[in-house]
Write a protein that binds this ligand. Structure first.
Ligand code: BGC
Length: 375
């Protein structure tokens, strides 16, 4: 009898251990895996951190609070892994007031809508405003500040996040069903695939807000990173970063990144630093490479591909050294750069800009790929 009980006990312990290791299995070299761990609680909902590892060891961690990418580990030219995005160690970091949208999903409307107002089908809408009287990144409580439902598609290479933004959320019309899938590909890319449907016409402009520093913590700023953006024009803005409607040529100006140049080269001649939307040179909406970043120190290269017509290039101008991030990093001004693939800012009020209104029966879709390599 005693022997039987102990055998049962051993079996139960083994089963428990197996379940546990399934929850938190250590990545096996040469294979895909998705592990998960608790990351806290927000508004009575569990926040989980999912880590996707690809066969060559690239690792991307994502939490379902804000669909936030919390780390991206990629190799440098000496095959040393390093984290190439800014972020925090704990949920408290992401919840703090000054979190400048580190790594999160942005919506319903990325970037600014002037005075938070627009008119659609003869009806006036007023959104919540959060940036000098304008609406930035979806308003006071955008898609970056909610808990998404997460699921793991088969194949262990992706994480699917869904969220329903209710009719009237932040002032936007229509129930918006949003789905975002993060996939880590075998060639070291993080691919983000967005889709959305609505039951009333409504503006939609989704993006991701990763702050990249390819040095992996070695360089305090990205001023020595080299950048190419395939764009001949940008959207001119007023002092509150609202588009004027003009699309000036970049040629011969500090905005010209058509050939790769150091970000710091002309930065001082751009008031406040780079925080503009480039009008990408492209036809149609196929996935095309539109930007390349290179950090000579680490040898890391980031190539950006998108189906979107615009790219917000932001040089972390509002970072001021007060935020302390993961690994005890201090985030000084220009500690990182954002490359937010998107439709143009203030689209709902600018008739000459590409359409941003999604209607019932239509499907919003957008794919962006951030591909890492070394040279
Ligand atoms: C905007 C900046 C803003 C930042 C928020 C960027 O997308 O263009 O103006 O300050 O997001 O951290």
């Amino acid at each position: 009898m005693k022997k039987q009980i102990s055998l049962w006990l051993i079996a139960a312990v083994a089963l428990l251990a197996a379940c546990n290791s399934n929850q938190n299995k250590t990545p096996e070299a040469g294979k895909y895996s998705v592990t998960e761990k608790s990351f806290g609680v927000f508004e009575n909902q569990d926040v989980t951190q999912y880590t996707i590892t690809n066969p060559s060891g690239m690792q991307v961690s994502i939490i379902n609070y804000g669909g936030t990418v919390t780390s991206i580990l990629t190799p440098d030219k000496d095959k040393k892994m390093g984290d190439v995005i800014l972020g925090f160690d704990s949920l408290a970091g992401y919840l703090q007031k000054g979190n400048p949208y580190f790594g999160c999903l942005v919506g319903r409307y990325g970037n600014r809508i002037a005075k938070g107002k627009f008119t659609l089908e003869k009806q006036n809408y007023q959104l919540t405003v959060n940036d000098h009287g304008n609406t930035l990144h979806g308003g006071l409580k955008g898609l970056d500040k909610v808990v998404w439902k997460a699921s793991k598609p088969s194949g262990d290479s992706s994480l699917k996040l869904t969220y329903t933004s209710k009719d009237g959320d932040q002032g936007f019309p229509g129930n918006l069903e949003v789905e975002v899938t993060y996939t880590v590909t075998s060639d070291n890319a993080l691919e983000i695939s967005y889709s959305a449907t609505t039951d009333k016409p409504t503006p939609v402009n989704l993006t991701n807000h990763c702050y990249f520093n390819l040095s992996g913590g070695k360089e305090a700023t990205i001023l020595d990173h080299e950048l190419m953006i395939n764009a001949d024009k940008f959207t001119a803005v007023d002092s509150l970063l609202i588009p004027t409607g003009l699309l000036p040529d970049v040629k011969g100006t500090p905005m010209d990144f058509t050939s790769s140049k150091k970000i710091g080269k002309d930065l001082d001649s751009v008031k406040g630093g780079y925080d503009h939307n480039w009008v990408l040179n492209r036809k149609g909406n196929t996935l095309e490479q539109i930007a390349t970043v290179y950090d000579a120190g680490s040898g890391r290269v980031l190539e950006v591909f998108t189906t979107e017509p615009g790219l917000q290039f932001y040089t972390g101008n509002f970072l001021d050294g007060t935020l302390h991030g993961k690994n005890n990093w201090v985030y000084a001004q220009h500690a990182a750069l954002c490359l937010e693939t998107q439709h143009f800012p203030d689209g709902p009020n600018q008739t000459s800009f590409p359409n941003t209104i999604l209607r019932p029966g239509e499907k919003y879709s957008h794919v962006t790929r951030y591909k890492f390599s070394t040279k």
